[in-house]
Design a protein around this ligand. Structure first.
Ligand SMILES: [Zn+2]
Length: 299
């Protein structure tokens, strides 16, 4: 288990051991915190025949089936876009009847906020009158989008965010490259998201972006030439412009500069929307953004 979630996991495992776990739990936290692994490990613990508090035995038949991702009593629902009512009805059908293995059945609904209203309504009855020995684990990064009727039937579990050091220490065990501390701060509360960003940024790094901005603001490079150089990384340039703005805002206390910085952030958001339209000239859009950055008064 991730170090920042291990205490919460241990508390739940104590309740499992005491047979005091609520049958429906809504696990909340931002994306990149580790909710998926958390509920999967919880499901494996519930299904294990010989758990040792917060550890599965690893050797019982349930554990072996889970290791192969083929446990017949573990069901999962997730969808790229929306969880439609058919998916929920299929899942509920699988919960009817007795468990095939250790006596417990688990249903995980990932991104439960993507359930349609009819999906949520289809699930209500099962949440109200659960079939015996059934646990339903729901995850969400957007609890405000979940119907109150669903929420009121679940125990709410808000996963804790790690502090900066816990987060960065864990990322360092997974990633050998250099980590910009300012960049890391933006993601510190979501270590998996930070790791993902670091792994994806290999080619066009935040460091490289910042160097380009220095060349731009010192007049060594024009906005257009940078835009041509960076045209293959438009999404990243936009995102990093926004990060850069926030980083700068935390460093300056000149009101005019801050106003200009926020104007750049706003422009970046606008450009990211415009770039979704086909046929938009990327270089022109990027050059517009970079020009706005170059016009920020020096500080
Ligand atoms: Zn086991």
């Amino acid at each position: 288990m991730y170090p920042w979630l291990s205490k919460t996991f241990l508390q739940l495992s104590e309740r499992i051991a005491g047979k005091k776990l609520h049958h429906a739990i809504l696990v909340q936290g931002p994306s990149g915190l580790g909710k998926t692994k958390f509920v999967l490990n919880l499901a494996e613990l519930l299904l294990c025949a010989n758990p040792q508090l917060d550890k599965t035995c690893g050797t019982c038949q349930s554990c072996r089936l889970n290791a192969a991702s083929t446990h017949p009593d573990l069901h999962q629902v997730e969808s790229e876009k929306q969880i439609g009512v058919d998916l929920i009805r299929d899942a509920i059908k699988k919960l009817v009847g007795s468990a095939q293995m250790s006596g417990v059945k688990v249903l995980i609904i990932h991104h439960a906020d993507t359930m349609t209203e009819s999906s949520a309504n289809a699930l209500l009855k099962t949440l109200e009158e659960p079939t015996s020995s059934t646990f339903i684990l729901l995850t969400t990064a957007k609890p405000e989008r979940i119907l109150p009727t669903i929420k009121s039937r679940c125990e709410k579990l808000i996963l804790p965010s790690p502090d900066f050091n816990t987060s960065i220490n864990w990322v360092r065990t997974q990633y050998a490259g250099a980590i910009d501390p300012q960049f890391a701060k933006l993601f510190a509360a979501r270590p998996l998201a930070l790791l993902d960003e670091l792994q994806q940024e290999q080619k066009f790094t935040f460091e490289l972006f910042k160097q380009g901005i220095v060349e731009l603001t010192s007049g060594h490079k024009s906005a257009t030439s940078l835009a041509i150089e960076w045209q293959e990384h438009t999404d990243k340039v936009i995102k990093w412009s926004q990060f850069w703005v926030r980083e700068q805002v935390s460093l300056v206390n000149n009101h005019t500069v801050v106003v200009n910085l926020y104007a750049v952030e706003k422009k970046a958001t606008k450009i990211s929307q415009q770039l979704r339209n086909p046929g938009v000239n990327k270089i022109l859009q990027l050059a517009g953004l970079l020009t706005a950055i170059s016009l920020i008064p020096s500080y």
